[in-house]
Design a protein around this ligand. Structure first.
Ligand code: COA
Ligand code: ZN
Length: 304
């Protein structure tokens, strides 16, 4: 197998994971979990989202979360970023002190409408405004529903290319391709990435995968062999877009780290520290965890 020496993992549990939990998670508990993830040595953490509290009440404490972390980790500011759906959110993130955002636009017209109540063109217009108003803000462009849409089904590759070209024209800093509803399969990952790399050879795409149908890590393996080295995941395998029917957990950070490290792909992340977060999530949030390692007794070594 053609595997890289190392890979970067972006922890998105505090955003994608928490947004999927209905009951409000108290801010101190959110911070306790994020602080443990920082200790585990994630170099990038999506800590919250600046979205309408009517759309996602769970994220109503975004300002407090950011303020606490920037104050207490002033030497590690570039670890933190937040998702925003519009200019309003970008302004709020900037005022809170963040200099990196994830800006999401769906490849499918209907999911973009359901998620952020805009046409794709309107979303791109606002993205351009953000870049004009905040030139120093790093923008990761999350291209959602690349591999399938809950409303429209299959997505044409030309549509994905149109999205990427728009992002390039606006000058985004990073492209992250998202399988929002976890429908991608490893062969599809290979086909889509090969096509995109042929047209956009200068872009280092990252991947945001969901494990809804159990193909998450197989998709990572497929992508690794095409030179993708950056993946987004959520501790515990929490996650799911509330505006995508049937959406469920992200690939679990602990499963991803475990697979990569066992194959000799270095992540730089302390797996035991990530696992130490699981009992807190289980006890305090009581979600359904799609993670495998969350249910493995890792102290158990079977002897012959
Ligand atoms: N953060 C907080 N409040 C916001 C906001 C933001 N980013 N954008 C708009 N608002 C507020 C407005 O000030 C307005 O407040 P008011 O009712 O007190 O006047 C209200 O929300 C409605 O504003 P409007 O521009 O009409 O927004 P909308 O109702 O059409 O909703 C979004 C659009 C994008 C704000 C909303 O759909 C949203 O937050 N979606 C996020 C979806 C998401 O997080 N999905 C999962 C991640 S991919
Ligand atoms: Zn997601």
């Amino acid at each position: 197998m053609n595997l890289p020496m190392k890979a970067t993992i972006v922890e998105v549990g505090p955003r994608d994971g928490f947004q999927s939990i209905k009951e409000f998670i108290p801010t101190p508990l959110k911070l306790q979990i994020i602080e443990k993830l920082i200790e585990a040595n994630f170099k990038k953490i999506e800590i919250t989202s600046f979205v309408s509290p009517k759309a996602i009440p769970q994220m109503k404490d975004a300002k407090e979360v950011v303020a606490h972390l920037l104050e207490n980790y002033s030497d590690k500011k570039d670890i933190f970023h937040a998702l925003v759906p519009n200019l309003y959110g970008a302004k709020a993130a900037y005022e809170a002190g963040l200099r990196e955002i994830t800006y999401v636009i769906s490849t499918s017209v209907s999911h973009n409408q359901a998620n952020v109540r805009r046409s794709r063109e309107e979303s791109f217009d606002e993205l351009k405004e953000i870049k004009d108003i905040f030139p120093e803000m790093k923008v990761k462009f999350a291209v959602a529903t690349v591999f399938g849409c809950p409303y429209e089904g299959d997505i044409k590759i030309e549509e994905v290319k149109w999205m990427i070209q728009n992002g390039l024209d606006i000058g985004v800093d990073e492209f992250c391709l998202a399988d929002t509803i976890g429908v991608a399969n490893p062969l599809q990952i290979e086909r889509v990435l090969s096509e995109l790399k042929a047209d956009f050879s200068d872009i280092d795409f990252s991947l945001h995968l969901h494990d809804t149908r159990g193909m998450g890590l197989a998709n990572v393996l497929s992508a690794l062999q095409l030179g993708i080295t950056k993946f987004e995941s959520a501790t515990g395998g929490l996650g799911g877009c509330p505006f995508a029917p049937g959406a469920a957990g992200n690939i679990a950070s602990e499963d991803l780290i475990n697979m990569l490290e066992n194959m000799g792909v270095k992540t730089g992340i302390d797996l035991d520290k990530v696992l130490s977060v699981i009992p807190i999530i289980k006890k305090e949030i009581k979600p359904v965890l799609t993670s495998h390692l969350a249910y493995v007794d890792t102290t158990c070594v079977v002897k012959e």
